[in-house]
Design a protein around this ligand. Sequence first.
Ligand SMILES: [Mn+2]
Length: 249
Amino acid sequence: MQQLSLFETTNTLPIEYYPGFLNNTEANTLFAQCKALAWQQNKSRMLGKPLQVPRLECMYGEPGASYLYSNSVTLEAHPWTNELLYVCDRITVKTGFAFDIVIGNRYRTGLDSIGWHSDDEPSMGYRPAIASVSLEACRKFSIKPKIKGSKSTHFWLEHGSLLLMLPRCQEGYTHQLPKDDKCSLERINLTFRPNEWKSALGQVLAYAGFHPNKTARIHLFGTILESSIIVQTCASLGVKVTFEEDWHG
Ligand SMILES: [Mn+2]
């Protein structure tokens, strides 16, 4: 009985794992190149207090793209490097999903980590796919349904592997990279994501069309915009807004 439920759990997770997506030589080269990216340690806000994020971060992508998370950390895109763009294209060929930005996370030792979270920022648009390439240290990745009391499933993310979080993964599941006292090696993780502000804007306008008495909010270029303001602005600019019937907000 227990085995059956375990079987069902692992088979219904909205993720795909490809060990050896990059061969060992490719992964070693990419890891060496990634060490030279523009890493920085950011501060998030927890209960109003600034807190150093326990890892280094960077972002590359389309000029002008930004990414706000936890309502407190804004990452700004550096222009794509050739190496990152090449990996991005290879993931698209493998998975069929296209990406606009990559956010790097650098876990300096096993003491660096990321707690339970979903990558559900509206700047990525509706039901994003997120592709994650792991380099160097093999660290444990845990994922569990958002339903209270759910059990988590663990994967060891190997050097050169690709983990694809499919659309709906962020809605229904939460994930983490826990601390690992035994790990002294560094791990670099590249997470390729959409940055579809147009798509996010479309969702808010659709929401405004179907719920005219309620307000939807969107994070756009680091600013919180309200659906009513967007509708008014469109009207004042003479931009016609249409609402499509297939919206399932
Ligand atoms: Mn994440």
